[in-house]
Ligand binder design. Structure first.
Ligand code: PEP
Length: 257
């Protein structure tokens, strides 16, 4: 066992509206109860609802952290459609996702851009959840560890040891995201252990041991406990199941032990 504090993030993706974002936040706060004292919990709503969700969290005096799904590299200026770290911070955001597979696969973000976003997030004083993971083709070709290593090394290029305590790595096999398919606890543990060994090579044992590596890919109440029980799995990044307060609460309960 480790003394890493579990981390559970709810990635709402492009879901909810002004009303349901507020309702879901209230449901999540209620479902989690006082377990947020034993687990770091963050929710990542769509940009337009950040203030709404943040207001509910404040009103409930909740320790749940407000996160954002993306950012752009410049503080302000002529970047139509983009949102800066400064704007997010102004809205009360702490953690920001980088390299989510939907941005890599659907929007076409490459490792270099993901790295720039990671660095910008950290330079701005925010926390970063760097997502990595192989596609089904890469898995079938036996390239899982190679892909994860490349994405971790590229994503963390020029990230300093002093910044690493503000980084969480999310291992999210692309074939498991939103599909109902989940990596077996053994396979996920194996991938996490390999990622930790890459971190050891980059930053040394101490920082590698301290860094949370969370699993994402159809994690739900029925499989969360077994996954999180693995020695190198420090929590989860949850998509579908984060849209139901009770389900998300059960996953947080599994992480709280
Ligand atoms: C995700 O979006 O990061 C994710 C893991 O989604 P899901 O839980 O729906 O597979």
């Amino acid at each position: 066992m480790t003394d890493r504090r579990p981390y559970i993030g709810g990635n709402w993706k492009m879901n909810t509206n002004r009303e349901t974002a507020a309702t879901l936040t209230r449901d999540v706060v209620e479902a989690i109860g006082d377990r947020a004292s034993r687990v770091d919990v963050a929710v990542f709503p769509p940009f337009p609802y950040l203030l709404t969700v943040g207001a509910v969290l404040r009103e409930r005096n909740s320790p749940i952290t407000l996160g954002a799904q993306d950012l752009w590299l410049n503080p302000d200026g002529a970047f139509t459609g983009e949102v800066s770290a400064e704007m997010l911070e102004d809205c009360g955001v702490r953690p920001v996702l980088a390299g989510h597979s939907e941005r890599r696969q659907v929007i076409g973000e490459a490792d270099e851009l993901v790295n720039l976003k990671v660095r910008r997030t950290l330079e701005a004083g925010l926390d970063c959840v760097l997502c990595v993971g192989e596609t089904l083709e890469q898995r079938d070709a036996g390239e899982t560890d190679k892909v994860n290593e490349r994405q971790v090394r590229a994503g963390l290029a020029e990230v300093t040891p002093a910044q690493m305590p503000r980084v969480v790595i999310a291992y999210e096999p692309v074939w498991a995201i939103g599909t109902g398919k989940t990596a077996t606890p053994d396979d996920a543990q194996d991938a996490h252990a390999k990622i930790r060994s890459v971190l050891t090579d980059l930053y040394g044992q101490h920082l590698a041991d301290a860094t949370r590596i969370i699993y994402g890919g159809s994690m739900k109440p029925g499989n969360a406990a077994e996954l999180i029980a693995q020695p190198d799995i420090d929590g989860g990044l949850i998509g579908g199941a984060s849209l139901k307060g009770a389900d998300f609460g059960q996953i947080v309960a599994a992480a709280a032990g």
